[in-house]
Write a protein that binds this ligand. Structure first.
Ligand code: ZN
Length: 146
């Protein structure tokens, strides 16, 4: 199996069976995100304590890339500090916009490396991350990629 096939398989798997899907009742941050270009919508629930993201869950509908991205993000940031999450997001953002190795191991998030070839898809892949950022800042406005 090529690396490309493996990456494709991870996205299909998480797109079909997202992890951490559903409402998080004890969340202390909540944010709505919308990507009108593709029709992706999500509600992100975050439980944060002393600057550490203890748990993330989400609800919503969207294309396989947006759902897989929210699912893999929820796995990648669990138990991480807000500072660590900012670093991971910067690396992920570089990967999906430049299509190059960000120089540090980002685990399964590397599955999104092919997205850079499809600029419209970058918004699908980053929607959950922008929504997370706004959630942690308690931004009262819904996030939109437009
Ligand atoms: Zn999408």
């Amino acid at each position: 199996m090529s690396l490309r096939d493996l990456y494709q398989e991870i996205i299909v798997d998480h797109g079909k069976q997202p992890r951490h899907f559903g409402k998080l009742v004890n969340a202390n941050h909540c944010q709505v995100g919308h990507n009108p270009l593709c029709g992706d919508r999500l509600i992100l629930y975050v439980l944060e304590q002393n600057g550490v993201v203890e748990k993330v869950q989400f609800e919503g509908v969207g294309c396989a890339i947006s759902v897989a991205s929210a699912s893999l993000m929820s796995e990648a940031i669990k138990g991480k500090s807000i500072r660590e999450i900012e670093v991971i997001f910067d690396l992920f953002h570089y990967l999906v916009t430049e299509g190059k190795d960000p120089g540090q191991d980002i685990g399964k998030l590397a599955a999104f490396s092919g997205v850079a070839e499809f600029p419209m898809r970058v918004k699908c892949a980053t929607l959950a991350w922008h929504t997370l950022k706004a959630a942690l800042l308690n931004d009262p406005h819904p996030v939109t990629t437009e």
